[in-house]
Design a binder for this molecule. Structure first.
Ligand code: BDR
Ligand code: CA
Length: 307
């Protein structure tokens, strides 16, 4: 699989799960502007892989803004670096000399079998890939993305950050005809980094475990301030967990549309759970086996951290 991301605290954990779980083969990482500017999300992706000791995975930078409109970053949640919290520096690898869309195209073309795209940021790069290189679509097994919600939003009352940041991109992906799985806030809000979870990261005794604990401690602070949540929801690795083990996230078939206009609802995902519209269904996450999710994530971080 390929992970397209905008690290981001929870994107960092998604990368660790994707790189550390033995059942997955991470072919490449692509970055997009979202939680922070493209320059910062790209540096952060390289930093997370370096901290985890993961080498040889190409990382390419993609779009620096949404398809339409201006970028609004989430510094209120992820800080000025996009990955505030841990006080560690590490030498990072070079970013690939090609655009993210070109790296995805090449990886898809060269792969022996169809590849799963996991997107944990705005869907700008994925949409551009489908528009620019429709010939690669048969090479994509499915797109699993963190974004949207069957219920409320977090950036606007009904809009979730990744979709609100680039609604047109999400619309292109959801209407592409590819199998897509939406992992929305209705699921990810169940994956909370409680004090026990943070303590478990710290108890690993590895630098990577400590970094995860520091990331989640910072994230807890901003989520408490912004949303009043006692424990922060760790959205993005849930999308990776859904790919590793289908029993961790329960999905139903339901058509998903993206509100592109709307006086108050631009960027909202309109999920037709009762099949009223007759549109083609996508897969939509509706339930999470929370303990199994954390077991997968902890095992991956432990495996990468060496302790
Ligand atoms: C999503 O928005 C970002 O801030 C997170 O990284 C996650 O992908 C949650 O709405
Ligand atoms: Ca993200």
């Amino acid at each position: 699989m390929i992970i397209d991301c905008d690290p981001g605290h929870d994107d960092a954990l998604a990368l660790l799960l994707g790189a550390g779980d033995p059942r997955l083969r991470l072919l490449g990482v692509t970055t997009v502007a979202g939680n922070q500017t493209l320059e910062k999300t790209t540096h952060n992706a390289l930093k997370v892989l370096a901290l985890a000791g993961v080498t040889g995975i190409p990382v390419a930078a993609g779009c620096d803004r949404p398809l339409v409109g201006e970028l609004v970053v989430a510094a209120n949640i992820h800080g000025v670096t996009g990955l505030d919290g841990p006080d560690v520096d590490v030498p990072v690898a070079e970013v690939a000399a090609v655009h993210a869309v070109e790296l995805m195209r090449r990886l898809l073309a060269d792969a022996a079998e169809p590849v799963t795209l996991i997107a944990t940021g705005p869907l700008t790069n994925v949409a551009l890939l489908l528009r620019r290189h429709p010939e690669v679509m048969p090479r994509i097994r499915r797109v699993v993305f963190m974004g949207g919600s069957t219920e409320r939003g977090n950036t606007t009352p009904y809009g979730e950050f990744n979709i609100v940041t680039d609604p047109e991109a999400a619309d292109i992906v959801l209407r592409s005809g590819l199998p897509t799985t939406m992992i929305g806030l209705n699921v990810t809000h169940q994956a909370r980094a409680t004090p026990e979870i943070i303590a478990e990261f710290r108890r690993m005794g590895s630098r990577l475990g400590a970094v995860c604990a520091d990331l989640m401690t910072f994230f807890a602070g901003t989520y408490l301030r912004e949303f009043g949540f006692p424990d922060p929801p760790v959205h993005d690795p849930v999308a990776v967990a859904a790919v590793i083990d289908a029993s961790v996230v329960r999905t139903v078939a339901a058509p998903v549309a993206v509100e592109l206009t709307g006086t108050h609802t631009r960027g909202a995902t309109v999920v037709d759970l009762h099949h009223r519209t007759g549109r083609v269904a996508n897969a939509v996450g509706v339930g999470l086996r929370v303990d199994s999710f954390w077991r997968l994530l902890m095992a991956a971080v432990r495996q990468l951290g060496g302790t």
